[in-house]
Design a binder for this molecule. Sequence first.
Ligand code: GLN
Length: 384
Amino acid sequence: MPELSNRLDFITESVIRKMTRVANKYGAINLSQGFPDWDPPTEITDALKEAAIHGPHQYEITWGSKEFREKLAEKQSKYMGFKINPEENIVVTCGSTEAMMAAMMSVCNKGDKVIVFSPFYENYGADAVLSGAEPIYVPLLPPKFNFDKEVLRKAFEQKPKALILCNPSNPVGKVFTKEELLYISELAIKYDAYVITDEVYEHIVYKPYEHIYIASLPGMLDRTISCSSLSKTYSITGWRLGYIIADKKIIDNCKKVHDFLTVGAAAPLQKAALAGLEFDEKYYDSLIELYTHKKQLFLNGLDEAGLKYFEPQGAYYVLVDISEFGEKDDCKFCEWLAKEIGVAAVPGSSFFKEDVNNYIRFHFAKKDETLIEAIKRLKKLRRN
Ligand code: GLN
């Protein structure tokens, strides 16, 4: 048979998704792939019932239904702090995964360099490969996961086309400070690069930390491609509703990529999700309250189990240091953890470019009883 495409030679299967299968195989509590185990708000599920009966069931405008873009523009303008035109500045995508891929394909030519902070959410590696770009990795240095300013400046000296910014960050839970974002902006402007963001955890930020949209900083509006999704904000990860917000010229390119990749996000789901976009501030406050509670519950449990971790400032992940257990292979450790302890985590090495094997990632977007049971099991770790 003819040779298959070599485009995928450098892409491995998603370790996050694989760990869900490992969890299922051993019947372990799945704290690997990050998604909640509760239902979305009833306003949204009621709207979905309505959409099932009354539609729409046919194609929407490829870059998103008019009313979805209008509501999204209204909500995001309020939170992002600048005016978003629903006709010119938005493409609705199938999740942020498509948003980021479309963004990369819209700005990168073969051989272009793209800065990626490491550890990073594993999709960015595949995004780079499939869009022909070459990543330059800049480490976020443990234990606080800050970057070295000089190293970042040197990366920009290589004239990258873009920097990818996951903020709040997955897997670390870091929320970039204003000072860090201003420094990144200064370099992006000086070296004329785009910033492509992944801001899917924009509404999950723990006090006193605050989410700052880099697009809102001076000089950044035209060169930031803001990607996000409704998955985490409204607990609808399976709906695959995401979006890109950017300057019209960039969006025109993204519209083309998106059109030929997927034609469009699911029409009835766009309709039903309007109910979420209409929520007032109280909803977003209660979301933070909910996740602050989950975080505290889980971190208290990790303390009781004697485990060391980086306290997340945002998102719903926690990186736990497993050095003391003496297992040099974090993948083996996670397989063992799922099988023998009954809790699934993601091996940290799948997020690091560097040879780092002493972290595993848990997520805590789970019902209290699920987290309590997971903690009970994790306490056995030290007895093994
Ligand atoms: N973002 C989630 C995680 O990091 C889910 C990833 C996925 O499988 N799409 O676990």
